[in-house]
Ligand binder design. Sequence first.
Ligand code: IYR
Length: 228
Amino acid sequence: MGEKTYPFIPLAYQRLAIDEQKRRAREFLQRIRTRRTVRHFSPEPVALELIEAAVEAASTAPSGANQQPWKFVLVTNPEVKRRIREAAEAEERDNYERRFPDEWLDALRPLGTDWHKEFLEIAPCLIVVFRENWGVEPRPDGTTHNVKHYYVMESVGIAVGVLLAALHLAGLATLTHTPSPMGFLNEILERPANEKPYVVIPVGYPAPDAQVPEIPRKSLDEVMPRVE
Ligand code: IYR
């Protein structure tokens, strides 16, 4: 991507009748309300087309200077999933048994999480999201140069939000998993130094006996103070 300005074209926009706007707003709310973070997956495979459509949807997200500073690495290879599980469990075991301060353990206790991460092997696919802190662009002479990226965290966060919504609407279960530290993902997935792991998203169908904690959600009044 160079520095030339893009041509400007008319916005493709269809104004909807207000009733139709309200119907769509309600419909999306009803559907997205049922999204839950799932930790118990079925090994049943997922149609690749569902993942591809959701990742393509995610990559329409707005980003700083339209730099699209993301990679969504799709892992379905059982041996690679096994290696990711082993490395994640080694880090998480250290976290839960030594590194997490009591305050953090207290915050996690209601969710019942621990260092066991079998979902990394059981889920049929993992989407490992990387953020690109800088881009590597080719020069005409065959060399490359680095291009600074802007608002990387914000951009990738928005894209992951779209991804989770898209996967949910396609009838799939997801988990936003953040093993820490995540450097092992660069090694196992052979990603270059300009890419940093952002989140691991196991995707699949929930196990038939999957359970989730009955967590509350803040009310609209709590999350939307109004200045009128
Ligand atoms: N990454 C760890 C710990 C963890 C941290 C938070 I904050 C959570 O909301 C859930 C888990 C793990 O995956 O267990």
